[in-house]
Ligand binder design. Structure first.
Ligand SMILES: Nc1ncnc2c1ncn2[C@@H]1O[C@H](COP(=O)(O)OP(=O)(O)OP(=O)(O)O)[C@@H](O)[C@H]1O
Length: 601
């Protein structure tokens, strides 16, 4: 190589490669029988013959004839160097031994990149030079041009090599598999990712793609010149499904090849899961309550969120178990990772294992070619929330216990052990302790899950939250549905506060949404209750009597009414009085006294 291109302060300059240039200098010297010096544009001697050979690497003095030639870009003959006008500002002019120089610039792309100089050291050499000046000049000019040409060719090759190296580095740094072919379907590029993904071995550059990766359907892309995007392709050698995008490579509107990007669909699934909002999305602030037990529970959950311990959240359906799980994940150091909820009870037993752990191609009849990634793998780096854990079949409990103990499992149909980093949160409304006695739940798994138990009380056990939550949800749905928030009558509010809320907060939320939907007059009363609740209201016949402060009776009056009813039911025989005493929780003597007091005997 004769030169190398380097960048100085970001500007490309041509640097002479000494070895190749020295050979040329010696050839010129052999032909002309004169000493030769070649200096680069920085005035550094990069080649030299005769006495100059030992001085390669020296910088020529500023103001010398060589500098003049570089600046003027002209061929120059200098007689009597040192004394010549050109050498006027040369710092070493007094030491000059030479009799004459003939200098010729080497121009490349309008830039002087070097100077070839031939030197006469003796008077006879000087005479020869002067005598045949034109011939010498023409010779070294030709040599300069030859050198410039060869520099130029090498520069093109070098630039191509450099560009190729840059493109290869870029292509290999990409996570996606990339494979390109020319218009003869021969492979022209193939990165490391595609090699790993499709298990391509050896050098395949120049080979017909159909012989190496027959499943890549380049044909249509090359013949039609149109892209094929989002194509799902099964690669039998490695047994995986990939998403393939193919684009034609065009030059002057002619298709000269095609490039394909290839990605494992399982990886895309993981990525999509991560970026499509599969974060928990709720913080502890979303848990609304003024109940002291709930406040303590939230504090406990906040503390446990900072660790990786397993939490078993217990409570009736709709109490907010998933909400707590999401808040724990959001407050945990794993918050950037995915939150993957799995409703064990909602997935048929036969599918639950593949849903949780995934499967390999051909693992069972009906298994998707290429297999499927399980929820545990999707939760990598994050949290899996196993809701209704009590519904998990016993054989899966064993597999789950292993994942929880050492973080390993195998996909169905695969011998390969997968290691994962996932935090497990579980929830149930079922009596797991009873399940253990009935051998429906593994005791060891229960202890493993129950490291930190959180019990969420039912809504009826914290009635002070009813009006707070109702208000919150009325407001939420009024905003969401862009409707007015209605006022609720005292009777309606009173009923709602006494209602048993079997569906807990979820039921209350649904009722609030219902109210916003049906509200027309800006005011809701008992008659506006949803049907199931209205039925409940009618069932409790005495209900109406118990509402309204005008209906609150003095205790004495209540007592009198109780005795009147009891007399109607049991009569006033001795046996009747006996039963009455048991029912009213008083002695027989008291029964006798009260009956007399109220004039009932
Ligand atoms: N304290 C609370 N504050 C605000 N919203 C709540 C509260 N508790 C529950 N919710 C809301 O109630 C609804 C039901 O909660 P969630 O789904 O977490 O209950 P769950 O106990 O997991 O139910 P299931 O056992 O049926 O799966 C959700 O919309 C949730 O946001």
């Amino acid at each position: 190589m004769i030169f190398v291109a380097v960048k100085r302060w970001g500007v490309p300059v041509t640097k002479i490669d000494n070895k190749g240039v020295q050979q040329i200098a010696e050839t010129i010297s052999d032909v002309l029988l004169l000493d030769v010096t070649i200096v680069d544009s920085d005035l550094i001697r990069v080649a030299g013959t005769g006495s100059y050979k030992n001085r390669i690497g020296e910088r020529l003095p500023p103001g010398s004839g060589y500098e003049f030639s570089i600046k003027s870009r002209q061929a120059t003959t200098i007689n009597k160097p040192g004394k010549n006008q050109i050498c006027y500002s040369c710092t070493k002019k007094s030491e000059c031994q030479e009799k004459a120089h003939m200098l010729s610039p080497i121009n490349l792309n309008g830039q002087v990149i070097a100077i070839i100089g031939i030197t006469a050291f003796t008077e006879s050499q000087k005479q020869d030079l002067t005598y045949a000046e034109e011939k010498y000049r023409s010779f070294i000019k030709k040599m300069s041009e030859l050198l410039a040409d060869s520099f130029s060719n090498e520069q093109i090759i070098l630039e191509k090599t450099k560009a190729y190296a840059q493109v290869s580095a870029i292509v290999n740094s990409v996570y996606e598999g990339i494979l390109a072919v020319d218009d003869y379907n021969e492979v022209i590029a193939c990165n490391d990712a595609v090699r790993d993904l499709l298990d391509i071995r050896g050098d395949i550059i120049g080979q017909n793609v159909e012989n190496v990766v027959p499943e890549l359907p380049f044909e249509g892309v090359i013949t039609t010149g149109t892209s094929k995007l989002g194509h799902e392709q099964y690669f039998s050698k490695v047994g995986i499904h990939c998403l393939v995008n193919m684009k034609p490579i065009k030059m002057n509107n002619k298709v000269v090849g095609a490039v394909a990007t290839v990605r494992d669909t399982k990886e895309i699934e993981k990525l999509a899961f991560r970026v499509s909002g599969n974060t928990a999305g709720f913080s502890f602030n979303a848990i609304i309550s003024k109940n002291n037990n709930i406040k303590e529970l939230k504090e406990k959950a906040k503390k446990v969120s900072q660790t990786d311990s397993t939490v078993l959240i217990r409570g009736e359906s709709g109490t907010g178990k998933e909400l707590y799980a999401r808040a724990i994940h959001s407050a945990s150091p794993r918050w950037k990772g995915p939150f993957v909820p799995v409703h064990c009870g909602a997935i048929p037993e036969t599918l639950l294992e593949s849903e949780l752990f995934g499967y390999e191609s051909g693992a069972f009849t009906g298994a998707k070619k290429g297999g499927k990634i399980g929820k545990f793998e999707l939760a990598e780096g994050g949290t899996i929330f196993l809701d209704e854990i009590g519904d998990m079949p016993i054989h899966l409990q064993t597999k789950l216990l292993r994942v929880m103990q050492d973080g390993t499992f195998e996909r169905i149909g695969s011998p390969e052990t997968i290691k994962i980093d996932v935090r497990v949160l579980a929830a149930t409304h079922q009596p797991l302790e009873e399940f253990i006695e009935k051998n429906k739940f593994r005791r060891d798994l229960f202890y493993r899950l129950n490291v930190v138990p959180l019990f969420i009380p039912a809504l009826r056990e914290r009635r002070e939250d009813i009006s707070l939550l109702l208000n919150h949800f009325l407001n939420k749905y009024a905003n969401k549905l862009k409707r007015e928030q209605p006022a609720l009558s005292r009777e309606l509010m009173s009923f709602l506060e006494q209602y048993s809320w079997p569906g807990n907060v979820r039921e209350l939320e649904n009722v609030a949404e219902y109210f916003i939907n049906i509200n027309e007059k800006g005011y809701l009363d008992l008659g506006d209750l949803p049907k199931n609740m209205k039925d409940k209201l009618l069932e409790t016949q005495d209900y109406q009597k118990n509402v309204g402060d005008d209906e609150i009776l003095p205790l004495e009056e209540l007592e009198k009414r109780s005795f009147e009813k009891a007399v109607k039911i049991y009569g006033i025989s001795e046996q009747g009085k006996q039963l009455m005493a048991g029912k009213l929780g008083v002695s027989r003597a008291t029964v006798y006294r009260k009956l007399k007091k109220y004039g009932l005997i």
